[in-house]
Ligand binder design. Structure first.
Ligand code: ZN
Length: 49
């Protein structure tokens, strides 16, 4: 299981995003082709393969 820091790095390299633009959380998750913030639910990017 990846550490939180590793996940942040992956998000940054893959999406160019480190934090949620709405709440500033780094708790970003990718699910069903969407990258979204698990804290506030904001969908940062849609349509990723
Ligand atoms: Zn958020």
């Amino acid at each position: 299981m990846a550490s939180k820091q590793e996940l942040e790095e992956e998000n940054f390299h893959r999406y160019g995003i480190r934090k949620c633009p709405i709440c500033g959380s780094t708790h970003l998750v990718k699910e069903h082709g969407e990258l979204y913030c698990k804290d506030c639910g904001y969908v940062i990017e849609e349509g990723y393969q």
